[in-house]
Design a binder for this molecule. Structure first.
Ligand code: KG4
Ligand code: ZN
Length: 339
């Protein structure tokens, strides 16, 4: 009999639902929230309201697109955390109600672990290889930057992480300084494609071990822009492509530097990236280049599985389902939630 998992994601500003059948993707519906754009960042109160409006139609669409009935679902997996409490509550409450009414198991999922497990989502008719254990994964999102050693599907160890801002946050905050819309990462990526990455140099952090830091870069970028705009009004506009290219180059170099050290220290040559920033074209290129240079086997997620989505929640829940690792109805979301 097939194991059919319904995944629910609502940790930040995307309401998403997906269906995975025996590890293979059948649907992955994502409703974004444009309401935050004019505020230059996610407004938690508005995010929870939008989730509340979107969750039923999004789940309904995911079930219909998968060509199944809600009675076929074997278990429901939901994001327990980390994330915005009001947002998490919507997905958690919906999932509890769904599981209870259908008499099926409820499975809690850690959002960060789920980002990494996208590398195990099977696509119909495709047989692209999956990483072998242990492998390294650079998890780079709007809220997190972590170097993770993945020992098994559900056993992961954090080797290093940011001590302040996340890489995605650095992209978004620097984009805001340049007057670009939120989220700024994709915009920087776009303009960087037309610029010269050697035009400007920005400071690199000096943090120990396998940790990261991005707040110094953001501050030096802010002062650099402010000084130059004062000297030459219109500086941003006339140098936008080069600024984006140089900034993106710096962030990618910082990320890759520690990844290289981690591979050297652990001897692991299977290397993956995950999270929203894994959509970045320069980071994806860098991983391939390092792969060839250092003889790594590299794994790049499909762009649709980089930013928040419920397919990743469903695949994570699938591996927990196999182990009968179920949650109680009394489970509560956790805004801060490590694995
Ligand atoms: O994983 P995600 O969807 O949400 C979190 O869990 O945080 O990541 C969102 C982050 C945002 O900071 C966004 O700017 C960044 O991913 N991002 C990118 C790109 N696409 C999304 N950053 C750089 N280049 C991109 N192409
Ligand atoms: Zn995420």
């Amino acid at each position: 009999m097939s194991e059919i998992i319904l995944g629910i994601e609502s940790s930040c500003d995307d309401t998403s639902s997906a269906v995975i059948v025996d590890g293979e993707i059948r649907s992955n519906v994502i409703a974004g929230q444009d309401v935050h754009r004019k505020y230059g960042g996610v407004v938690p109160e508005l995010a929870s309201r939008a989730h509340q409006q979107n969750i039923v139609p999004v789940v309904d669409m995911a079930i219909r697109e998968a060509g199944i009935s809600k009675r076929d679902v074997s278990a429901v997996g939901f994001t327990r955390g980390p994330g915005l409490m009001g947002s998490l509550l919507v997905g958690t409450s919906f999932s509890k109600g769904f599981a209870l009414s259908m008499g099926i198991p409820l499975i809690e999922v850690n959002h960060l672990q789920a980002h990494i497990l996208v590398h195990f989502i099977k696509e119909p008719g495709s047989d692209s290889g999956t990483p072998e254990f242990p492998f390294l994964c650079l998890l780079v999102s709007g809220g997190h930057t972590q170097l993770v050693m993945v020992k098994e599907h559900l056993v992961m160890e954090i080797l290093g992480q940011t001590i302040d801002d996340a890489a995605g946050e650095a992209f978004d905050k620097c984009a805001k300084i340049m007057g670009l819309p939120y989220p700024g990462g994709p915009w920087i990526d776009k303009y960087a494609g037309k610029g010269d990455c050697n035009s400007f140099t920005f400071s690199r952090p000096l943090v120990g071990k396998l940790d990261y830091s991005f707040s110094g870069l953001k501050t030096s970028f802010l002062y650099f822009i402010r000084d130059n705009e004062k000297k030459e009004p219109g500086f941003i506009k006339s140098n936008l492509n080069d600024l984006c290219a140089s900034l993106q180059y710096t962030i990618v170099e910082i990320l890759m530097h520690k990844l290289l050290i981690a591979s050297g220290q652990t001897g692991i040559k299977q290397v993956a990236i995950a999270g929203g920033v894994a959509a970045n074209s320069s980071l994806r290129r860098a991983l391939k280049v390092y792969g060839e240079k250092y003889n790594w086997r590299v794994f790049l997620p499909k762009p649709v599985y980089t930013t928040d989505n419920a397919a990743m929640i469903a695949i994570n829940a699938y591996y927990k389902y196999i182990k009968k690792d179920f949650a109680l109805q009394s489970v509560v979301p956790e805004a801060r939630f490590s694995f």
